[in-house]
Design a protein around this ligand. Structure first.
Ligand SMILES: Nc1ncnc2c1ncn2[C@@H]1O[C@H](COP(=O)(O)OP(=O)(O)OP(=O)(O)O)[C@@H](O)[C@H]1O
Length: 434
């Protein structure tokens, strides 16, 4: 059985307390992928063992001392995509985004550790060969949940999406109408850093959103190297913007800036790589250097955020496009979840330890979540708090029911499959826990 992380469970109530929210740590979930066929062929040993639901034990080959790391949740190689989605508590983030908060889910780990698989599932195995719904990633599952949730909200909501990649330190619009041109990153007081002239597309159905995802995935740069046949060569950010039509929205301060309102951003970071291990040469090596540099800048910001002497204004977010665009998620007013991905193989141990240390540091970083001052945020607080508490209670009961009642999973699959045509209820992932 796995536990859901306490991910922001008490946030709604605590966020009601003031104009600026309480300090909230970045939540970290760790996912260990299964051994790959190549690793098994080479007879590589697994050096990672999950102990309980929150601790990962690392046993170095040759009998060195064991090291343990503790995270919000630790998911071993047997966990399904649905287990991961549930354990991450992404629905909770979705609820906060619906209330105007800015929420981010980002994956982190070395190349080939399963970041893209976790967010969007595996690539299709061939032209016209659909990926089984049971392998859909966190993003597709969140999309299905969000569209269903909005449909039952009873209040008109406008949903929009943007999708960009940072490739060799240039921002490219993955949804641009023509061929993508580099876009500038700007800053203003209300929105912080944002990408100017980024195409933001309104969508009204799950199918339309899935199409935008497919367009972006097909345009994102990827290449093959020794450790991954389909390695992402860029950081990709898909953002969902949620605005309540009844609320009096603040117009964007700068023309060309993204809409104001709730946000849910999914960030698939490119993986750190040792070029000696991946065999990258030429263009691949330039890409790898750019990826490593931006991840280093991110790690530097995380380390400085942990220094209590350091004032927020001194964090060098301006050092890379990635840190600019993640500034609010890491040190600002956002609510953030990091999914750290690792390989169990002994050969990857140095990179795995580096990911584990990076993730351990990240979970000590805190933000101060705050919804923008819109009419939504000014609605009568008591009623809204009560409604959220009831919804949370409802979800908790539903979760318990799912575990107790084996029929529950069939019922739920049917409901979700209806919102995602092309997915039969039989093929929709099981919701049972292991
Ligand atoms: N949990 C998993 N179960 C089964 N296969 C997985 C899992 N995680 C990853 N894989 C497989 O491992 C390979 C590498 O995964 P993926 O491309 O997601 O890695 P990545 O961390 O995004 O790499 P990169 O940083 O190079 O883009 C893929 O073939 C993927 O299908």
């Amino acid at each position: 059985m796995i536990t859901r992380i306490a991910a922001h469970r008490d946030l709604p109530r605590s966020l009601e307390q003031g104009s600026e929210g309480p300090e909230t740590p970045i939540q970290v979930v760790l996912r260990v992928r299964p051994m790959s066929a190549a690793e098994l062929r080479r007879g590589q040993q697994s050096v990672l063992h999950c102990s309980g639901t929150r601790t990962l034990q690392v046993s170095p080959p040759g009998g060195g001392p064991e090291v343990a790391f503790r995270f919000g949740a630790v998911l071993d190689a047997a966990r399904t995509q649905e287990d991961v989605f549930r354990a991450c508590g992404v629905r909770r983030l979705g609820e906060l985004a619906l209330r105007g908060f800015s929420c981010t889910v980002f994956t982190f780990g070395q190349t080939g550790s399963g970041k893209t698989y976790t967010l969007t599932g595996p690539p299709p195995q061939g032209e016209g060969v659909p990926v089984p719904p049971s392998l859909a990633g966190i993003m597709q599952r969140t999309f299905a949940w969000l569209l269903d949730r909005v449909q039952h909200l009873g209040a008109p909501v406008t949903l929009r999406a943007s999708y960009l990649e940072i490739y060799n330190e240039q921002v490219r619009d993955l949804l641009s109408l023509g061929s993508p041109r580099p876009l500038p990153v700007r800053w203003n007081k209300t929105q912080g850093f944002y990408v100017e002239r980024l195409r933001v597309v309104e969508f009204r159905s799950l199918e339309a959103l899935m199409e935008l995802l497919q367009i972006g995935l097909s345009r994102r740069r990827s290449s093959a190297h020794t450790l991954n046949q389909a390695s992402s060569r860029s950081h990709a950010l898909l953002t969902l913007y949620i605005s309540h039509q009844t609320a009096q929205q603040m117009p964007p301060v700068d023309p060309g800036a993204p809409p104001v309102g709730g946000k849910l951003c999914f960030v698939d970071l490119a993986g750190s790589e040792k070029v000696a291990a991946t065999g990258s040469r030429g263009e691949l090596m330039l890409e790898a250097n750019s990826i490593n540099r931006s991840l280093l800048a991110l790690g530097h910001c995380i380390s400085l955020l942990l220094d209590p002497q350091r004032k927020q204004s001194h964090i060098p977010f301006r050092d890379s496009k990635l840190t600019k665009l993640l500034a609010d998620s890491l040190g600002g007013r956002g609510v953030t979840l990091m999914v750290a991905c690792v390989s169990p193989s002994a050969q990857c141990l140095p990179e795995t330890l580096s990911t584990l240390r990076y993730a351990s540091r990240a979970q000590r970083v805190t933000t101060r979540p705050q919804a923008p001052k819109s009419a939504v945020a000014k609605q009568p607080q008591r009623l809204e708090t009560e409604m959220l508490q009831l919804q949370e209670e409802n979800r908790r009961l539903q979760f318990q029911l799912d575990q107790m009642d084996s029929k529950g999973k069939k019922r739920t699959s049917c409901r979700i499959a209806k919102t995602w045509p092309g997915m039969s209820s039989a093929s929709w992932p099981s919701r049972s826990m292991h």
